[in-house]
Design a protein around this ligand. Sequence first.
Ligand code: ADP
Length: 459
Amino acid sequence: MFKKILIANRGEIALRIVRACRELGIKTLAVYSEADEQSLHVQLADEAICIGGPQAMDSYLKADQIISAAEIANVDAIHPGYGFLSENAKFAEQCETCKIKFIGPRSSTIRMMGDKAVARETVKSYKVPVIPGSDGTVANATQGLKVANQIGFPVIIKAVSGGGGRGMRVAHNAVAFSKEFDSARMEAEKAFGDGSLYVEKYIESPRHIEFQLLADSRGNVIHLGERDCSVQRRHQKVVEEAPSPFLTPDLRKKMGRATIKAAESCGYENAGTVEYLVDKHGDFYFIEMNTRIQVEHGVTEEVTGIDLIKEQILIAAGEPLKYSQKDIQINRHSIEVRVCAEDPANNFAPSPGEIGLYYAPGGHGVRIDSHAYGGYKISPYYDSMISKVITYGKTREIAIDRMIRALSEYLIRGIKTNIGFNKAILQDPTFRNGDATTSYIEEFMSRTPTEVFTNEEVK
Ligand code: ADP
């Protein structure tokens, strides 16, 4: 087993990894930027090394600095968390060259699945359904339009290197296509340094349903059921839950089987997620694979009782999976809400600053994963998520009521948050009925007066 792990991340996920390592008796090394000296992950890790300036480019994305820190501190493995270098095949390869175990899949798998057009072709060859679209990338707008005419409008133009909902544009007709194509290319070039695009049929109001999988180094693969992440704002997840209120046992079985095949198609190892869109007829289509731990992994942990971060570490250390598919029983419901330092009254603009009073909810069936505390300064340099509230209970209704109760207890003074917005969603009949699709938030916002979710006092 590893003796010391470097955590190449920050915020709540760095803290989450410190906690898993503590329980496994593994020492931790935190790396941090000058802006994060007071961060909880730095304070709670066994050792810490400052790796550069506040901008991610100068610290958390500096592969060479991180590898140097790993060598100086003599660590055995690096956990990349999510975001930053977690899906960077070059970084994983550097770790492989330096004989430091990268806690994730092999660099060749990351490379294959990191190109969404290649990923589509790879899983398709294993009979996993993909959305009708171009075979690989399209060279220009003319070629893209030809594909769009073949598959029929509306279509979605997507960046092969895309992530975080960027580099994606919907075109409803041929006239709009070229303009949207150019915008997608420009956005993708700016965000990912890669303007390669592909075209897919646009599915109207689908569900976003993803399956968590675990694969060990000996070829054993299992899935841990699904998460429904249909509640999204600008293609970014806001509320996630497990199991999905939409899936039937039959569809779950089919999607579970497809998930195992997707993992096999790329020789997957470690924890991963296969994302699908499901249309109103219950037809499902692969959209991408995330080759890392995800923000919303906690809901799966709460319904299966399996600690995914520990499993990642054990798999990376060469241990075989302790579970077979039939051991995975799901008999609870869990919901996660992402609490962000942002202002719903001001188009969700980030709201960095110092937290004054801070009181986090607790009690039966409530889990808080957060690096925030009273007096903590939320930096403008990073993601605005400051806490994940996860509730669980025997039924979906209990988990929802518990979430509303938990959000009502949360006190975060000094900055704006989306707590009131999240609470309004949890109270909304469409969500409560389990009817939310990816168009839900837009529809919810158009019929809900802003005052409902901009009130600082959420009680
Ligand atoms: P990213 O990697 O940027 O998160 P994804 O491919 O995972 O992009 O898609 C993110 C979201 O965008 C999906 O959950 C869905 O809401 C929307 N989306 C993506 N592809 C399609 C499509 N073909 N039809 C409809 N919506 C889509």
